[in-house]
Design a protein around this ligand. Structure first.
Ligand code: GDP
Ligand code: MG
Length: 289
């Protein structure tokens, strides 16, 4: 059996989360057209009779401007050091030279496959040029052209990866698709709704902490805190007459029920924690290690 760890790197918006979801067939990593929605390393485990591959989606590679971003970059760095194989992913419409500079600067010791994504947005000539451009690079073991969104074929994608993955015993049970707990995903779903409903700054000043998760006979009772930095942000999240917080709840409940395959009762609170993004203690409490 082949067993290995594969890390997915790339700038925000390259399509890392979309690829992971296409591979796993479950909505694990939240996906948003806005950048930086992936704050944690998310593992997805793909197990078949022939292989077990553990994927990590990493936060986009960015310049750390405040402590939260530094944490995110630390998790990118730790991801570089513990894999059998790296996927260096880019949007074919993005700047090739810039991505090349970035991939070079990572200076990875593991074999790298360059994954050129969103090929549905480019014609044959551009696709060919992109393939030629990256296949010449010294860090590149292979180039794969994909559309994570349209007509993605797991088997076609996996074969070249498996050539670079060692033989070994599986690390995880067959039916385990992720090692992150349910609470984490519930929090991510609520956070995703905040990204959907609010513009500009708000989502980046917000985090979600699931404080209670109780399985009862006919439903699961979930409480969560939506943490913001300022009172003004709190009023925006609540909205006139509680309109916005209600909408977050309605949307989140629908998706959480689908994810857990159970009825839920969802209780949301908004709390102000001054400068949580710059506070080590808060970052620890909210799980950003
Ligand atoms: P990440 O930041 O690298 O995790 O990127 P996401 O997976 O969140 O994707 C960013 C955006 O690109 C989302 O709006 C996706 O729907 C879109 N996207 C991802 N893959 C493709 C693709 O193959 N084709 C097209 N047209 N859009 C894609
Ligand atoms: Mg992502």
């Amino acid at each position: 059996m082949k067993t290995g760890f594969v890390n997915i790197f790339g700038k925000p918006n390259a399509g890392k989360s979309t690829l992971l979801n296409a591979l796993l067939g479950e909505k694990l990593a939240i996906i948003s057209p806005k950048v930086q929605t992936t704050r944690h390393r998310i593992k997805g485990i793909l197990t078949t009779e022939d292989y077990q591959v553990i994927f990590s989606d990493t936060p986009g590679i960015i310049d750390p401007k405040y402590k939260l971003q530094q944490r995110m970059m630390m998790s990118v760095k730790s991801a570089m050091e513990d894999a059998d194989l790296a996927l260096l992913m880019l949007d074919i419409k993005d700047d090739w030279e810039e991505n090349d500079a970035l991939f070079t600067s990572l200076n990875l010791k593991v074999p790298c496959i360059v994954v050129i994504n969103k090929t549905d947005k480019a014609n044959a000539e551009v696709r060919k040029n992109a393939e030629d451009f990256f296949s010449k690079k010294s860090y590149c073991s292979k180039v794969l052209m994909i559309s994570a969104l349209k007509g993605f074929d797991v088997n076609v994608f996996m074969n070249p990866l498996l050539e670079l993955i060692p033989e070994g015993m599986p690390f995880f049970e067959e039916d385990q698709i992720t090692d992150l707990n349910t609470r984490f995903f519930v929090g991510e779903i609520i956070r995703e709704k905040i990204f959907e409903l609010f513009e500009e700054e708000i989502p980046y000043h917000t985090t979600v902490l699931v404080t209670a998760f109780k399985e009862q006979t006919h439903l699961i009772k979930i409480s969560a805190d939506i943490i913001v930095q300022r009172d003004t942000q709190k009023s925006i999240i609540i909205g006139a007459g509680g309109k916005m917080i209600k909408e977050i709840g309605v949307r989140a409940r629908k998706d959480i029920e689908k994810f857990l395959d159970s009825k839920i009762y969802l209780e949301l609170f908004v709390k102000v924690r001054d400068k949580w993004r710059d506070n080590e203690l808060f970052l620890k409490e909210y799980g950003y290690f």
